[in-house]
Ligand binder design. Structure first.
Ligand SMILES: *[C@@H]1O[C@H](CO)[C@@H](O)[C@H](O)[C@H]1NC(C)=O
Ligand SMILES: *[C@@H]1O[C@H](CO)[C@@H](O)[C@H](O)[C@H]1NC(C)=O
Ligand SMILES: *[C@@H]1O[C@H](CO)[C@@H](O)[C@H](O)[C@H]1NC(C)=O
Ligand SMILES: *[C@@H]1O[C@H](CO)[C@@H](O)[C@H](O)[C@H]1NC(C)=O
Ligand SMILES: *[C@@H]1O[C@H](CO)[C@@H](O)[C@H](O)[C@H]1NC(C)=O
Length: 377
């Protein structure tokens, strides 16, 4: 009898424990699935029902901006001074048949000049056409001018110090670091903002018809057999890129959703935005473009909208993602070209042969996009 009671007791204890464990697990998974489902709601609202859903910027930690009612202020003209005047002179005597093209690099300080000189030497030995190389320096440490020396090549660069301005319209406090990049400094976000909007107002750049953007750690390690600017002009290319990247969700929080809202409220019929998968971006440290795209009213309006939402500072929206959205809205697919045959390297981050770079998995559309639609003659 006693024995039976003992075993019954044990069974009861085991059962109780089991119930507790199950309850605890269930609670955990409920909490987890709550988090997941709220994320899903954010996704669903924007990806599936997309254009029909109401976009509320606060939900994404952004400032409220009416996409159909904000003003794009025209900026006071930036005077052309220093090397800008030299460049102006060059363009006056520019050969008729040669596209008005230039390379440009934006740096945060003169410490980066040694890298600029490296890419400068590579441009001169590996790219055809002798187009000007323009260096823009953006922080308060940048000198107005600097000693030039033919011994190290600094005398053959065109240099311009550019101004940054703090955004005065943001309503939320700007976090020192974002979930996108915890170790990032504020000047990265300032450069991002400058690269996406303000840079094209610089008269040293706006005089050119085509711009090839590089950054200080870019490398063109081997010769290219054709003149990139001539190719771009001959084939009526508006936007040329070297690869496609995947952006982390936290780095583009609300950006694609805000873009859909913008299209809807402004009744814009986009070029290939609707087919393009969110969070894929043209890698833009090698980027060739027709400057008229960036100078257009439609581009300025869209980027001003992004700027007002505050995502550049709150979440570190990158100018790559913002430009990709603009290109997919305004540029016909046939005028976008993948320069897969240009050797390119970006320090350690992007070795020259990088399968993840030219081959983006998970989207047939993007894969198709990478097929060169034009042959180099
Ligand atoms: C269930 O989870 C919530 C949130 O984590 C916690 O506050 C609560 O105490 C848990 N309940 C049980 C019975 O474990
Ligand atoms: C547009 O915005 C201005 C100022 O923010 C406001 O006064 C005006 O009522 C708005 N117009 C519409 C149609 O919402
Ligand atoms: C180039 O030469 C100048 C003058 O000698 C010098 O001040 C400058 O630091 C040099 N720049 C680089 C990047 O080596
Ligand atoms: C954000 O930056 C501050 C100061 O640079 C640093 O102390 C802090 O640890 C950073 N936060 C995170 C989450 O890394
Ligand atoms: C070239 O591109 C422009 C837009 O940049 C377009 O208006 C024009 O029709 C295109 N020309 C040809 C021949 O495709």
């Amino acid at each position: 009898m006693n024995l039976r009671k003992e075993s019954e007791k044990r069974l009861l204890v085991v059962l109780l424990c089991l119930i507790l464990v199950v309850a605890w697990f269930k609670n955990g998974s409920e909490v987890k699935s709550e988090v997941e489902s709220s994320e899903k709601v954010e996704d669903q609202k924007t990806t599936e029902s997309g254009l029909e859903s109401e976009f509320r910027s606060e939900q994404y930690g952004l400032d409220p901006v009416d996409p159909a009612n904000f003003t794009v202020k025209s900026r006071p003209k930036i005077p052309c001074m220093g090397d800008c005047i030299t460049v102006q002179g060059l363009l006056k005597d520019w050969p008729e048949a040669k596209p008005k093209g230039a390379y440009y690099v934006l740096i945060p300080s003169m410490k980066r000049m040694k890298f600029v000189l490296r890419i400068f030497r590579q441009i001169r030995s590996n790219l055809l056409g002798l187009y000007p190389v323009i260096v823009l320096c953006m922080t308060s440490t940048c000198p107005k001018s600097f000693p030039r020396d033919s011994a190290n090549g600094t005398d053959r660069l065109f240099y311009q110090r550019v101004q940054q301005e703090a955004p005065s319209f943001l309503r939320r406090p700007i976090p020192r670091n974002t979930s996108c990049n915890k170790f990032e400094q504020m000047y990265h976000r300032e450069m991002n903002r400058f690269q996406s909007l303000r840079i094209y107002d610089e008269p040293i750049l706006s005089q050119f018809e085509y711009l090839l953007r590089l950054n200080d750690v870019s490398e063109i390690p081997r010769p290219v057999s054709f003149d990139i600017f001539k190719f771009t002009k001959t084939h009526n290319i508006t936007y040329g890129y070297r690869g496609i990247e995947f952006e982390k969700k936290v780095c583009t929080r609300g950006l694609w959703e805000a873009s859909r809202d913008y299209l809807l409220k402004n009744d814009i019929d986009p070029q290939f935005f609707s087919q393009w998968p969110p969070r894929r971006s043209f890698y833009n440290n090698f980027e060739i473009s027709k400057s008229s795209l960036w100078l257009s009213q439609e581009y300025k309006a869209l980027l001003t909208y992004f700027d007002r939402l505050g995502g550049i500072f709150y979440h570190r929206w990158g100018d790559g993602a913002m430009r990709t959205i603009a290109v997919s809205m305004f540029v016909p697919r046939s005028q976008v070209h993948h320069f897969g045959n240009v050797p390119y390297r970006h320090g350690e981050y992007l070795p020259e042969v990088s399968p993840g770079f030219d081959k983006v998995e998970g989207s047939d559309y993007v894969e198709d996009f990478l097929d060169p639609n034009l042959d180099v003659e």
